[in-house]
Write a protein that binds this ligand. Structure first.
Ligand SMILES: [Zn+2]
Length: 331
């Protein structure tokens, strides 16, 4: 029997980690609750389904809190596992206090919310994007369907979004954090750094064991991998005692983990060039080489394909790969 660890733990003074369930292969997301004199702040919210609601209710009961004790909702980024329950939490808080508190996030992530969660689902356009990568038709259809399913788990939509500017200082619970823009996994992701305690809320930018997905999607800013690698290098200058990530274990060796991620992508760029040298031409064919040993469901293939495209785009900008239409080759 695996040891099940407590989903609710105090990870720093007045900072609690809550591990919420997810209905995916990556089966949990870490969100954080910070205690302050004027109430609690929540950073990231989980995806909305019954098991997520139950986990929130249980955690608040154990802390002796009602929803009304939450005075701030902040998001590192707007992917469904972080944004999905923001609207539901807002509604629960409003029931208890009569007040609609805002959901705070970067302007770029608020824009992502508008396009991807609020705007009507452009299934045909998404399917075309997936097909251009050379993914077999049947797989493209499953991927497009699974996107519709994910959208349903972001309802009710959050009602009032306000922006956090990069480099601004924000008080969460009893601590002051500087917001740091960290693009790559999400264009507008923000990390929150408490310099006094050398504590970093690191979102999905840096994770243990798994590497955050860096992908080119329909609405991505160009060259996410280039921006991600530049951000990792810049963050090596940050003095971090403990980083609190959106998934998996806490990060104690900050610089060591940054180095591992840089090495990982260097190697993956090499594997991507190898695939082109062996004659792979579509993004999907390249991904089959790069992710050779891994097993994915159709839902997970879209991450593999988007990640492959990010590496191809980086190589193109480095002058090592070329693209004509949907076909790739060595430069
Ligand atoms: Zn996540």
């Amino acid at each position: 029997m695996p040891v099940t660890r407590d989903p609710l733990t105090e990870v720093a003074d007045d900072v609690f980690q809550l591990r919420l369930p997810l209905p995916f292969a990556l089966n949990h997301v870490n969100v954080y609750l910070l205690r302050g004199e004027e109430g609690w702040a929540v950073v990231d919210c989980g995806i909305h389904y019954a098991a997520g609601e139950a986990a929130w209710r249980e955690a608040l009961a154990r802390l002796g809190l009602g929803f009304g004790d939450i005075r701030q909702i902040v998001l590192t980024h707007a992917h469904p596992d972080h944004y999905g329950m923001a609207g539901w939490l807002q509604a629960r808080i409003m029931e208890e206090t009569g007040e609609l508190i805002p959901v705070q996030l970067s302007e770029r992530e608020a824009q992502f919310v508008e396009v991807v969660w609020v705007g009507e689902y452009q299934q045909a356009a998404f399917q075309r994007y997936i097909e251009q990568t050379g993914v077999p038709d049947e797989q493209a259809r499953i991927v497009a369907d699974s996107m519709g399913h994910t959208r349903r788990m972001t309802r009710p939509l959050a009602e009032r979004l306000t922006h956090i500017a990069a480099d601004s200082v924000i008080k969460l619970g009893g601590r002051h954090f500087r917001a740091i823009h960290a693009p790559g996994h999400a264009d507008g992701q923000l990390l929150f750094y408490d310099e006094a305690d050398r504590l970093l809320l690191s979102g999905d930018h840096v994770l243990m064991k798994i590497t955050p997905n860096i992908g080119v999607w329909q609405h991505s800013d160009p060259d996410p991998l280039g921006r991600f690698l530049a951000s990792l290098r810049a963050l090596a200058g940050l003095d971090v005692r403990l980083a609190l990530p959106g998934h998996r274990r806490l990060i104690e060796d900050w610089r060591g983990r940054l180095d591992e991620l840089l090495v990982h992508h260097e190697a993956r760029l090499g594997h991507t060039l190898d695939a082109l040298a062996k004659g792979a031409t579509t993004v999907y064919e390249v991904s089959l080489h790069v992710f050779e040993s891994e097993r994915f469901t159709a839902h997970e293939w879209r991450f593999a394909v988007a990640e492959t495209l990010a590496h191809l785009e980086r190589l193109r900008l480095m002058g090592q790969a070329q693209c004509e239409g949907d076909r790739w080759r060595l430069a």
